[in-house]
Each structure stands twice: as C-alpha cells, then as structure tokens.
Design a protein around this ligand. Sequence first.
Ligand SMILES: Nc1ncnc2c1ncn2[C@@H]1O[C@H](COP(=O)(O)OP(=O)(O)OP(=O)(O)O)[C@@H](O)[C@H]1O
Length: 601
Amino acid sequence: MTAGALRLGWQASPLGVVGQLLLALVSGVLPAVTSYLGKLLVDDLVGRAAVSGGRIAVLAAAVALLGGLGTALSSVAGFAGTVMGRAVNLTAQDRLYRRINDFRGLRPFEDPQTQDTIRLAEQSAQDAPRQVLEFAVATVRSAVTIAGFLGTVLVFWPPMALLLLGTIVVAAVGQLKVAQHAAASTKRMISTVRRQFFYRQLLTDRRAAMEIRLFGAGPMLHGRAVESLRETSDASVAVARRNTLVQVLLALLAAAVAAAAGVAIAHQVRQGRITIGAMTLFTTAVASVQGALSGVLIQLGRTDEVLQHFGHYLALMRMPQDLPDGPTAPAPLRSGITFEDVWFRYGPDSPWVLQGVDLVLPRGQAIGLVGVNGAGKSTLVKLLCRFYDPERGRILWDGTDIRTLSVAELRRRIGVTFQDFMTYDMSARDNIGVGSPELLTDLDRIRDAAARADIDATLTALPRGYDTLLSRVFLDSKKDKGALLSGGQWQRVALARSLLRTSADLLILDEPNSGLDPLAERRVHRTLDRHRSGRTSLLVSHRLSALRGADLIVVLAEGRIVEQGAHELLLSRGGLYAELFEAQAEGYQYAAARGGERIGG
Ligand SMILES: Nc1ncnc2c1ncn2[C@@H]1O[C@H](COP(=O)(O)OP(=O)(O)OP(=O)(O)O)[C@@H](O)[C@H]1O
C-alpha cells in the first residue's frame, strides 16, 4: 500500500520527490553538525589550552549560520511539500474520477459496499499519497538526524544509545496501535456517517422541504440525524481518549529517559570523564532525537491511518469491470432488436424481474410498452441500454449479441428519456446539450430539440435565455438570476435532451409525458409522433391513449410478455391491455358523468 502511494507521488512529480528527499537529507544532517560544532566551541571556550580567537569566531559564526540555514531550509521544504502535495492530489483525484466514470453499468452505484469504498477512496485520494510522501520525507530527515546523534552518543556513552533505541521501539508500537484503532473505528462508522449525511441533506433539501413541513416529519428526521451524529461523535471521542492515553504514556517515558540521561551525564562530567562541550552535545542529542522521533511517530500514526483508507483507493482502482466491453461498434440498425428468452434479477437473492422475455423491436417501428407498476418495463429499458446484462438469454442488435458490442458505441446509437431523469444545476443550454456533449456549442441544434419538446419559448423567455442557470445553487452574484422550472417544464427539457441525438437509431421514452398538462401533452405527442415515424422507438407509458398510434403494443406482466399487437387487436382480445385501457377510459367517463350531473342538477 505504501509502495502504491509512493508510486503515485513519483508518477505525479518525480522531480518533486527527488527534491524533497534531497532537502530532507540536508536538513536532517544539519542539527548533528551544528551540535558538534557547538561542542567544539564550548570546549574551546572553557578549555584550558590556548585557542586562537579566529577559530572561536569561525566556530561561533558557523553555529549561528547553520542554525539559520536549517530554519530557511525547513521553510523551503514546507513550500516544496505543498506544491508536491497539490500535484499528487490532482493526479490521485484525476485517476479516481476517471475510474468511477469507467464503470459501464449501474451495479457499482447501487451496491452499498462499493458506495462506501468509493467514499473512503475519495477521502483517502486527497490525503494518503501526500501524507505518505510527507512521512517518507520526515522519515529520511529524522533518520539522518537520529543516526547522527545516535552515532555521537554511542561514541561517548553506549548505554544511553540503547536506552534511546528502546524508547523508539515502544513509541512506534504505541502510535501504530492508536492509528489502527482509529482506522477500524472509521470503517465501522462509515454506514452511520452515510446515514448522517443523508438526514442532514434531507433536512436542508429544497424539494424535501415541502413534504417534511406538510407531514410534520421534521422532528423525526432531526432526531435521526442527531442520533447518528451522536454515534459518530462517541466513536471519535473513544479514539481520541485512547490516543491521549498513549501520548501521555509516551511523554512520561520520554521524560524518564531524558531525566536518566541528565543524571548520568552530570555524573560523567563531575568525574571528569567527559567535557562540558560533550555534555551540551548530549543534552541536545537527547532533545533532538526525541523531537525527531516524535515527529516521525506522529507522521507514522497519521500515515498508518490514511493508508488503511488508501487500501480503498487501491481496491477501487483494481475493482474489476462490472460489465465486459465488446470490441465492435454496432452498425446502423437494419432489421431490428431481439430479446431472446431474457431473464434478469437485480441480485442473486432477489426475485426475477424479467422471466423469459421474447420480443422483437423491428427497425422503423414505433413500439409501445405497457404494464402495471413493477411489471419490469424500466428494467427492460435498462437492459437495452446495457446498464446490466441478462442473467440468461440474449439481446441482439441485428442478430449480434449486444455483449459483444462496444458499450459506448451502442449507447451512441440510442436516445433515451428516463423515467427518473436528471435535473442538472447548470444552464438551460447545458441541460439539453449534455444529451450530446459535442453539440453543446451548437445553439441552433439545441433550440431545435427544445422546440420539438415544446420548451423553446419558455427557455428563450428566461432572463438570460438559454444561458440562464436552471438552479439557484451556483449563482455568483445577485444580478445573475437563475430560474426554477416546473416539473412538467423539466420533463420537456429532459425530452429535448434525448431528441438532440437526431442520429440515434433507437429512441426510448420512459414515461415522457407523466408531468405534462393536457395541452402540452397533445403538442408534444404530435411532434413525437412525427419524430418517431419511420424511426425505431420504444415508448413506455401508463397513458394508453398516447400509445394508440404505435405500430406494436407489448404488454408486460410480472416480467413476462403476455400480449402484443396493435391497439385495436388488443382491445378486441379483451385481455390485460383491454382491462387497463377500459379502466382508464372509465375514469374519464365517470368524471364526465359526475360533471354532467353537477351541471344538470
Ligand atoms: N435498482 C434496483 N434494484 C433492485 N430492484 C429493483 C431496482 N430497480 C427496480 N427494481 C425492482 O424491479 C421490479 C421492476 O421494476 P421496474 O422499474 O422495471 O418496473 P416498471 O414496470 O417500470 O414499474 P413502473 O410502472 O412503476 O415504473 C420492481 O419490483 C422493483 O422493485
């Protein structure tokens, strides 16, 4: 893991790594050299032998200058560390987002474990590589400092060196334990943190605000948010408590070592075995070794903790693809798309959602897909877009299994409006242009798509036309007004997004009209009918009147196709379609009759 983090640092900026290590080497060796020169100076000053004034002046100046150089170097090293940290962070984040974008299907975004891995990886991508580098640099610097002082201490009094070494080992083990405990606690708490984020977001979400206020659900959500916050706070207090205990014990141990050293050195000086200069060197050595050591240990503790998380970053980077990609780009659709005995379920323990679907979507035909809630219509659409692969059976594009086709190229041939479409906090132009990013600058094409979705006039009338932000989230100034659209207007923007791909071989519309007013629905339907004629399209809708003109209507029930044919044929059969259609028609007739009664009576 450490190697992985260091490799990332090296790849981000090899020059930076070398520079940092060189700086660490020089600044690591300086304290021992300065202290040694200090010893010579003190011995010269208090010694009985006559020493030239020149030598004393040179030594005194050198001690002062080296001290200043050390301070200057540590400032330069700090700056180099910041620059290096930024470079590493950028590389790590760049790779992380690329990896997330590389997931072809939806499973990684639905699996809570993968979600946790992504969250932890995101967190550690920011910290771990920079921290490991800092640790490596601090280790080099401290190792050089400690080696220098240990060498001198060893020369004058070997038992002292052993004592120092013992403290190093105890402190290292203590810090590691603290860090491991902290990392385990973070891992345990991750789902609670996720819950806490969720409730906090919910409490401030504009869309949730209405229901929460109307239903009086605020206190309940607030209670849950605070409860999860309390859980995570208790866990971090426990970690801090253990950390403090270890730090206190280590500080006491260090003080004991320093006291023992002080007594022993004073004794040695009194007996005339070592000079006063050597004593100053000793005292500095103990303080410097302990200082360097505690610096490394603090870094070690932090590094171990972030490295535990960095494991998630590496795990994410190494995670196998959720869907295999095919090598060939699909040719324009010639004959049609075929579902061959397709079986699908969302998880190995989940119920089957599609159970042996056999279906042909002939090229150039408008197909309607009908079924009660939960019948599997949206799932069928998702399989067609290859967000998942069937567990059994095949989906064929002109006879070729879509699993053998390039996922990106296949999707390029499909235009879709999803039932749960996105509303982006971006400009109106971006909101439509995102449907075909290469057309983002082609306002004419964007307006044409908007016109077909019956939303051009609304967007043109916005304060800054198509450049108006459809949100109030990212506004820079009060003058730069954003706009909020209604549900039906958003639906038309989403529709325009999919209509932008005029070259798509297959147009899929999953409930494109559920939020439209009757007049807008009629207008949109007329344009859609025109747009769909001669193209292959799949329209999923509960408004059966919208499907009357379809060439073929397919009825899905419990993941099976139970009927298919044209509207009139299905009505005459008196099956599920006829039942659904009559239930809807009855609703209108009932409403009309009640209206008549009221007017009449
Ligand atoms: N991501 C998912 N993970 C697990 N189960 C899912 C997922 N999406 C849908 N399901 C389940 O699959 C079944 C079919 O859902 P689907 O959305 O395909 O139905 P639908 O026919 O489109 O329904 P509706 O008319 O309500 O939109 C449902 O029982 C649903 O709970």
